[in-house]
Write a protein that binds this ligand. Structure first.
Ligand code: FAD
Length: 415
């Protein structure tokens, strides 16, 4: 029996859904789960053969977000020591209990996709969207799926395709990101892993416009990586990474013998919250919307949180028979209210960091070393509350820290 929503015309297959989500990353799976839970007929289209076949992220996130999303304990490694290294200095800030974590990215992304499927969403893997056109009732997507061309029709499309923003670009609504971070990383077995400690390395020898990292994935495995800001630097992060490992720079030396298991490479937008993210019948979410903290290029928790809101908003709009931009705008208002001023403040701190020389980095580390654990985590997570930043800018016992917080406060006040 042919499903009434599917018809075959020659080698073309036509499929009709309420909502089609493009991309089975954290944003797409979360959006699909919440749309399906609201009773919608939902498809997720993923170009790779399986979810997270290619890893493009380092997977650091925070324990409070893990608890908020209910991510199972087998999906992450907890961290409680946060080490910063500059060319001539090192500071360690520790929490009694773990406050950060490094995700097993494949396990976590697959767990999110399974939740969407359990809620009723159909996952179409190996289905690469190449084109989008507007129709009378919504948007039509052309995709290459297992050797045949398929057209997916949706009342609302959620573009969760990450950096490529394939749907919005194909409709001519956005152009390619011009400011972004490029990161290269090895996942490797190492002789001496400190499983509860991550390292961030800053200064010219680690990255000309960015930072390098060691993130522990477990007792014997680490991710060693380098991020470079574009267009600030033309440097190739893969080349720098190779050199850092060959020369065993800084804390990489402590790892002892390293056996590389996997190479990861990815791009992350860094243009602040510049994009409009709702149009008639279309929502952008996650990296496609530019929802990332530019300070440490961190976006997984925003992708999940705002993916859920995108899915719910789309379902409500369809239930009310109004899929116009106006009906979807509450999504954009909600996520901008949650992070707009925080991201602006983080961008200001990032601009300061991009201009630091090695000796200035040494001094910046002294300032970071003066932060208590809660101040440090708020700072690195860009969880800047205007009231607390204003208080710290006026009353922190250390003058240098007051200056740092006043940058944050002034940027937040403008939004
Ligand atoms: C080097 C690097 C390190 C990072 N480290 C961290 C970190 O430590 N912590 C953190 O929180 N964030 C980190 N990020 C950012 C984080 O990875 C992203 O913010 C997050 O993955 C965004 O999720 P998403 O679902 O929007 O997009 P993605 O995770 O990119 O998912 C998009 C999905 O869409 C699919 N897709 C793309 N095009 C098509 C198409 N045409 N048709 C069908 N499917 C398509 C892709 O295959 C992919 O599965 C890092 C990013 C980089 C580049």
């Amino acid at each position: 029996m042919i499903d009434s929503n599917i018809s075959e015309i020659g080698s073309f297959v036509l499929t009709k859904f309420d909502i089609v989500v493009v991309g089975a990353g954290p944003a797409g799976s979360s959006a699909a789960e919440y749309a399906a839970k609201a009773g919608m007929r939902v498809a997720i289209l993923e170009k790779e053969e399986s979810v997270s076949q290619t890893v493009r992220t380092s997977g650091v996130t925070w324990i409070d977000s893990i608890e908020e999303f209910g991510i199972p304990s087998e999906c992450y490694n907890p961290v409680r020591n946060y080490v910063f290294c500059s060319p001539n200095s090192e500071v360690t800030i520790s929490s009694r209990d773990p406050r950060a974590a490094v995700l097993d990215v494949r396990k976590t992304y697959r767990w999110l996709a399974e939740k969407a499927q359990k809620a009723g969403a159909e996952l179409h893997a190996n289905t690469a969207v190449s084109d989008a056109t507007r129709t009378r009732d919504g948007i039509s997507l052309k995709a290459a799926s297992a050797g045949s061309d398929t057209t997916f029709d949706a009342k609302i499309v959620i573009d969760a395709s990450g950096f490529s923003s394939i749907v919005a670009r194909s409709l001519g609504l956005v152009s390619q990101w011009k400011r972004f971070g490029a990161g290269a990383e090895y996942e490797a077995e190492a002789e001496n892993v400190e499983a509860d400690t991550w390292y961030l390395m800053v200064g010219q020898k680690y990255s000309p416009a960015g930072y390098a990292w060691i993130f522990p994935v477990g007792q014997t495995t680490v991710r060693i990586g380098v991020g470079v800001g574009k267009p600030e630097s033309a440097a190739d992060p893969t080349e720098i990474l190779r050199q850092l490992i060959d020369r065993k720079q800084g804390p990489i030396a402590k790892l002892g013998k390293i056996a590389v298991k996997e190479f990861h490479y990815g791009l992350i937008p860094n243009e602040g919250l510049s994009r409009k993210t709702v149009y008639d019948g279309l929502i952008l979410v996650g990296d496609s919307a530019g929802q990332a903290n530019p300070l440490v290029l961190e976006g997984i928790r925003y992708a999940i949180r705002f993916g859920r809101i995108a899915g719910k908003t789309a379902a409500e709009a369809i239930s009310k028979n109004d899929t116009s931009e106006k009906a979807l705008i509450s999504y954009e208002q909600m996520w901008k209210k949650a992070i707009l001023s925080k991201i602006s403040s983080a961008s200001r701190v990032q601009s300061r960091w991009l201009g630091l020389s090695d000796s200035e980095w040494d001094r910046e580390l002294e300032i970071i070393g003066e932060l208590d654990i809660d101040e440090f985590l708020d700072f690195i997570k860009a969880e800047f509350g205007l009231a607390s930043m204003a208080r710290l800018a006026m009353h922190h016992p250390k003058l240098a820290v007051r200056q740092l917080f006043s940058i944050v406060r002034d940027a937040a006040k403008r939004n």
